[in-house]
Design a protein around this ligand. Structure first.
Ligand SMILES: Cc1cc2nc3c(=O)[nH]c(=O)nc-3n(C[C@H](O)[C@H](O)[C@H](O)COP(=O)(O)OP(=O)(O)OC[C@H]3O[C@@H](n4cnc5c(N)ncnc54)[C@H](O)[C@@H]3O)c2cc1C
Length: 375
């Protein structure tokens, strides 16, 4: 049985671990702290238009896999099926797939797209609610959420017959914030004259015909996901990776050494710490090549222009570049380590807050785990 070490306990690391185990490997996930996964709003975007990506985005991690859309979608189907099972086993039920793309409201009533959503969010698909009566739960003491404004946005933007209804919650502090609701049992509505009830995010044990709104950080959806995927991970901060003859041999974390046959780095972008920002972005563990638009960021020619640094989208596309087997490249385009694979937001070439926000961690994690197990 081959041994695989995954560095990083976000969604990409989780997908890599599931698939490496499925391919027969013994897997250790090393995770130091929550990253971007713990901050997501509550609706996972997987992919919008795959054919358009393959046609027009040569540096996108999906395109770099060198697979046609039939093979990619087959892999997505298999990965998502395995994820549904694994997450549900961990206590978190999800709904949807990469082909389904719904719209879900955040706490301000604004819509965000999502392919995969927690079951507690799924009932809030906005097009399905059009024309229906929806009660938006308000908590008068909470200052950073206003159910009346949310209901107004649902009415005016989405054509839903929404109205706010306040609930009383015992021992709620005055000047409370949304985070004071997290983990409390959902209060029942006194009047209950709606077809559906929208709760601010964070309550537990929601009644039937109700749903949670999406969140902004700190997000209870993200926290629940991070808690679930963190089950079984080893808490460790990898400080260095040892290598010999072009192969990684071990990961070092404090006085612990983790040896394996193959390694997956799923260390995230700036928030996870897989890419360190600054004047020139670097990959801190191995000094792997960091690219923007296909060119190394360290070469003067690939420097982002001043205004592009201010444009989050341009800067966020910097990251590692991989070959068809997800081996990360060095700055010269070579493969420095034959048993090293990279997955998730540490990869460049796509907008990680965009329509593949979770799609890239999901698919590259899934494939990296399989490649690593078969090394
Ligand atoms: C604020 C915010 C909101 C978002 N909302 C959405 C959304 O609503 N929908 C959507 O589709 N996408 C969203 N995204 C994008 C999505 O959350 C990320 O793309 C995805 O979670 C990245 O997963 P990851 O596993 O690659 O990285 P991360 O989740 O960042 O995980 C990387 C992990 O690696 C660990 N790590 C790093 N270095 C080491 C080391 N040396 N040793 C051990 N561990 C290490 C980090 O601690 C971290 O836990 C959002 C992103 C952000 C920042």
């Amino acid at each position: 049985m081959s041994r695989v070490v995954v560095v990083g306990g976000g969604f990409a690391g989780y997908c890599a671990a599931i698939s490496a185990r499925r391919a027969g490997a013994e897997v250790t996930v090393l995770a130091r702290a929550p990253g971007a996964t713990a901050l997501y709003a509550g609706a996972m975007e997987v992919v919008d238009d795959l054919d358009a990506i393959l046609k027009a985005e040569p540096h996108h991690p999906f395109t770099r896999l060198g697979l046609d859309s039939v093979r990619l979608t087959t892999e997505l189907d298999t990965a998502i099926q395995a994820l549904h099972l694994a997450l549900e086993k961990g206590g978190l039920k999800f709904e949807g797939g990469w082909r389904t793309r719904g719209l879900y409201a955040d706490i301000h009533g604004l819509a965000r797209p999502g392919n995969l959503v927690p079951a507690t969010v799924a009932g809030g698909e906005l097009r399905a609610l059009a024309g229906r009566r929806v009660a938006v739960v308000g908590v008068p003491q909470v200052g950073d959420y206003d159910a009346a404004s949310t209901a107004q946005a649902l009415r005016e933007i989405h054509g839903i017959q929404a109205f706010a209804e306040d609930v009383a919650i015992a021992d709620m502090p005055q000047s409370a914030s949304l985070t004071d609701l997290y983990g409390r049992r959902a209060p029942a509505l006194a009047k209950a004259r709606a077809a559906s009830i929208a709760y601010p995010p964070g309550f537990t044990a929601l009644p039937p015909d109700s749903f949670e709104l999406l969140a902004s950080p700190p997000s209870p959806h993200g926290w629940r996901l991070q808690q679930t995927i963190g089950l079984g991970a080893v808490k460790a901060e990898v400080e260095s990776l040892d290598s010999t003859n072009g192969r990684i041999t071990s990961a070092r974390a404090g006085d612990r050494t983790f040896r394996a046959d193959a390694f997956v780095i799923a260390t995230g972008h700036h928030i996870g710490g897989g890419i360190r920002g600054g004047r020139t972005a670097v990959e801190p563990l191995l000094g792997l090549g960091v690219f923007n638009d296909g060119r190394p960021v360290s070469s003067g020619s690939a420097r982002l222009r001043h205004l592009e640094y201010l444009d989050a989208a341009a800067e966020m596309r910097s990251g590692l570049m991989t070959d068809k087997r997800l081996h990360p490249l060095d700055e010269d385009g070579g493969i420095p380590y034959s048993n090293l694979f990279a997955a998730g937001a540490v990869l460049g070439g796509y907008d990680y807050a965009g329509p593949c926000g979770f799609g890239v961690p999901l698919l590259t994690g899934w494939l990296a785990g399989e490649f690593a197990a078969k090394t």
